[in-house]
Design a protein around this ligand. Structure first.
Ligand code: FAD
Length: 317
């Protein structure tokens, strides 16, 4: 079932969902299941699985460094299929512009279609570590909006290069990213909203937000999105702070602000166990307020271990 259908069916009740990261290649999928198992009692209608960018690795070959490119966490679509089958839940693979040609994207979408996966998140991806700015793969997309258009074309039976006369069409429900504190490269929030509207106009069915720690940022964003004519569901993304280092890391990587109260509470912690507890309590407070405001879904970023998401969900759902 599509994410938007789940939202409609819930009839105003806030749903629980979360996002997982594929394990590093060479690790067992059981580790992933061990983190998903405790969350299934909260009945997520869908689970997102991220896709990682490729990266360079350097292999020492008799004193000379050989540079190879690799994806350390492959398997997004396979994991989606495995989870869908094991838990009978819908899954949402994240599909990236970065590192993929349009043809590779088409094959990935065809795989999803065959596997009965009819939700996808269309994302640009970040620049690779050595790049200052994002660069499209040769023959790939530069912006998420172009990727949305490709997926939407498939929904109308239009494959690349017009070589196929399709007698059936895909029916993907398409999610895209939104940024309550603007995307880090955008010159202004208003310009970023204009870009978000372009993604919706190209066929996006819903938006999932970047993490934020002050609900006012989300409420203002939803209002501003409405004002530019964005009328699809906007799902808030919640990340519980888990370690002290997040105080520097999250603003640096995502260009988001942290509220003073939260910073003080984390600063006063003597160890990361205490920080994890502060993160849980903050996320519970955020979640309850968002739930009261009638958000369609609370979507949690689970970075591996899920004990904190379980603690939050136990209080909220
Ligand atoms: P876009 O919508 O393409 O926007 C990127 C920037 O370009 C913005 O500043 C926008 O304003 C600007 N822009 C857009 N269109 C144009 C245009 N036509 N001309 C000029 N400027 C334009 N990353 C991963 O690698 N893997 C994941 O699985 C993943 N999952 C995510 C899930 C969520 C919910 C979110 C919020 C982010 C996720 N990301 C993921 C991170 C995401 O890839 C980055 O934030 C990336 O930098 C931007 O992606 P986007 O899809 O928002 O890009």
């Amino acid at each position: 079932m599509k994410v938007t259908e789940h939202i409609k069916k819930a009839n105003g009740k806030t749903l629980f969902s979360f996002e997982i990261i594929p394990p590093k290649k060479g690790r067992n999928i059981q580790e992933l299941y061990n983190n998903i198992d405790p969350l299934m009692e909260f009945k997520p209608p869908f689970i997102d699985v991220t896709t990682s960018r490729e990266e360079y690795v350097y292999i020492d070959k008799e004193g000379l460094l050989d540079r190879k490119i690799t994806r350390m966490r492959p398997g997004t679509v396979g994991i989606c299929a495995a989870i869908k089958h094991k838990y009978e839940v819908d899954t949402v693979p994240h599909v990236l512009c970065g590192g993929f040609t349009k043809e590779e994207t088409e094959y990935l979408l065809v795989d999803c279609h065959y596997l009965g996966i009819n939700n996808v998140m269309a994302l640009r991806g970040d620049a690779m570590k050595h790049q200052k700015y994002f660069e499209a793969a040769k023959g790939g997309h530069l912006y998420a909006q172009e990727l949305v258009s490709q997926i939407q074309n498939l929904n109308t039976g239009k494959y690349l290069h017009d070589v196929v006369e399709a007698d059936y069409k895909s029916d993907f429900c398409i999610g895209v990213a939104g940024y309550p504190e603007k995307h880090l490269e955008a010159p202004s929030l208003q310009t970023d909203l204009k870009r978000l509207k372009e993604k919706v106009d190209a066929g996006a069915d819903y938006v999932v937000t970047q993490m934020f720690f002050d609900n006012k940022k989300y409420f203002d964003f939803v209002e501003a999105a409405k004002n530019v004519g964005i009328n699809v569901p906007i799902i808030p993304g919640i990340k519980p702070i888990a370690v002290k280092r997040h105080l520097q890391l999250l603003p640096q990587v995502f260009k988001i602000d942290l509220p003073e109260d939260l910073i003080d509470e984390v600063d006063n912690c003597n160890n990361n166990k205490a920080v994890r507890q502060v993160g849980i309590e903050w996320a519970i407070k955020q979640s309850k307020e968002l739930q009261e405001a009638g958000v369609p879904v609370l979507h949690y970023y689970s970075m591996g271990k899920s004990d904190n998401i379980k603690a939050i969900a136990s209080e909220v759902f």
